[in-house]
Each structure stands twice: as structure tokens, then as C-alpha cells.
Design a protein around this ligand. Sequence first.
Ligand code: PLP
Length: 396
Amino acid sequence: MRLQTKTVHTGVDKDTAFNSVITPIYQTSTFRFEDVGKSKGFDYTRSANPTRRALEENIAALEGGTSCAVVATGMAAVALALHFFKSGDHIICTHDCYGGTERLLRTYRDQFGLEISYVDMRDPDLVRSAIRPNTKGFWIETPSNPLLNIIDIRTISEIPHEWGSLAIVDNTFLSPVNQRPFELGADIIIHSTTKYLNGHSDVVGGAVVVKRPDHAEKLQFLANAVGLGASPFDCWLVLRGIKTLAPRMKEHERNARAVAEFLSSHPSVGKVFYPGLPTHPQHDLAMRQQHGFGGMVSFEVDGEISDVQHVLRSTRIFTLAESLGGVESLIEHPATMSHASMAAELHERAGINERVIRLSVGIEDVDDLIEDLDQALKFKNDNLSFAETPKEAVEC
Ligand SMILES: *Cc1c(COP(=O)(O)O)cnc(C)c1O
């Protein structure tokens, strides 16, 4: 089966009692044993549940892995992957990673003695020179958040294997429709299913996928031991969302490209960050390594901070909210919203300045999206009526 067929069918058929076409929601904590020592394969929902199993089989198939653990949030997926390491291990991490990932790495560093280096992983030589004898992991987030820098997964993955360490890819921004890290040498893939996989902004969830049998065993052991599994209902919603993943990703990309082109020629906009634009410094790498460019677009407002606030307040279709990957378009301010939890010096190094706005481009009619941005960007003749105190920073 090809990927788009798998999204619809893999793992779904779980009801042998009544042959329901759609996976039932097995909303139960426990399962009756048929006899002492004899279950039907499920005994307790923390350990495994048929609805969750359906989603795990589905995501594992989409990524080309052998085993998947579906967990309660994307951060639970990050935490679960970090359980593959022990204190004293050194991890090299994308310098402009998701803010919550940086916050958790910092916590594990302070409390459990993980060593973390943040490196601009666009340059493999910088990665090589950051390697220590105890380097056990490479945390790759590509495209990065919010500036959509691209990391060469294959080149970085070839380094870890020389050192017997793991290459972990956060594939949230592209989904398996647009990027398949195992084909490029990655060992572990994580997802926030909250984003494109579910796609409808009504669930938080996460997934960890592995390919090696020893990793599969460790993954399932840890997911049960730590107790991170997602609820059957949430799994059911994500399974439902994934059925339309492929056509949604096409539509997100079509709209994002048009929005990026519109912004590129707008007089109130500075830099535009979208890997699908030929002007993106890593456009060629994105073409080689990805199967599509996705629906995320960031840009710098060419104006004062009050102008940035004006744009954020003025859109009518783009909703001012964190998160991404849903069918509806969102606008947000990384410096005070999604990346507010990130250490200040990392902000600066990552180039996340206060003029950067991030868009999650939805699947609405693209003409409405462009008109909405166009009217919001008309600040050049505005006076200072919008320059009141900025809203409180929001933790993500
Ligand atoms: C949102 C996100 C996460 C965290 O996922 P949650 O579901 O919010 O816990 C991790 N990585 C990336 C790239 C994300 O966008």
C-alpha cells in the first residue's frame, strides 16, 4: 500500500465482534481474562488498548517504523524519547528547537545530569566539533521552529552511527506525508500529533516511532513503565484526523506557498521564511530531503514593535493563538508566545527577534487569507494608537 492508502486503512480494523468499519473507542481501563493467565492480548489500558494500538500501527506504518508509542502530548513524546538516555549522556540539539523541548532539556540537565549543547545543525562541521566522548544523541528538528531552517538529516544521522549514538528527529512540522526521516537514517521519530497528524485542533497528543527491534522493546517498556499513554478517545480522534492527512497537507502547502509569495512582495514585510521559496537559503536541501514544504510560514515585519502588535491584533481570519497544523489559520508571536519559555540567550542565537510573526496556514480559501493579511499589514499610515502595553507573555 502507498502512504495515502495507509492513512485510511492501516491498523483501523479492530472489531472482530461486529466488523465495524471504523475502529471502536475501547473506553475501558481493564479487560476480562478468559482464564487464569489467559487474556485476549489486552489486560490494562496503561499497558495497551486496542484503539491506541490502531493508531500506533497506523503511525508506525506511515513512518516506515516497526513500533510506535502513542502518548498524551507531544511533550510526553519528547520526554519518552529522552528516557532512552541516562545521566551523564550528552545530547546535541537543534539551536532553534521548539521552546517546550528546550525547557524540558534544561530541566533534565539540571535535575538528572543530561549534558546538552545547542548547535546550529545546518552546519555538520559545527555538529562534529561539538561531539564529546559521551555524546549519545542528536536532537534534530527540521524544519526548525519558527524560522524554518533545514537540517540535513542524512548527513547528521551518519555521524551518530560512527559513535553508536541515536539520531532523533522531531517530524511534527512536515508529517510523514512530507518527510520520512527513517529513509534518511534517523533512529527515532517523534511527533506532536496535536499538529498536522490530528489536524483539527481538538486534541493534544504525541507519538514516538522506532525501527530497531531492541528500540521497540525499550520503547514499549518505557511507555508502560512511565505511564504516558494517550486516552482511547484522543487516539480515536487522531486516527480519524489522519485519514485526511494527505489531501490536507497538499492544501496547506498550496495556500502557504501563495501566502509566502504574497508576503515576499509586500512593502511592510522584511524577510520571509518558507523553504518552498527559491530564495530560501536551503531550498535545494528541502527539495532533496522533503516530499513537500508544509504549511508554516514566518516573516519579519518591517516596522516598529507597535506595528508587529498591530498586525497580530488586526487579522480576522488568522486567529491569534499558539499551536499549528489545524485546518484553520493561526497567527502568533514566537518571542512572547510559543518561544517565551526559551532561555533568552538562545532566542538571540536562534534569531527569534520581536519582529518575527509565525503563521500556520490553514485550508481556507487562499484569497481570503491573503486579503486578511493585506489589511492587517496596512500599518504604515497608522499612528500610535496601538502602542499600548504588550500583552502578558504566555507560557506554552
Ligand atoms: C507542539 C510541538 C511540540 C510539543 O507538542 P505538544 O503536543 O504541545 O505537547 C514538540 N515539537 C514541536 C515541533 C511542536 O510543534
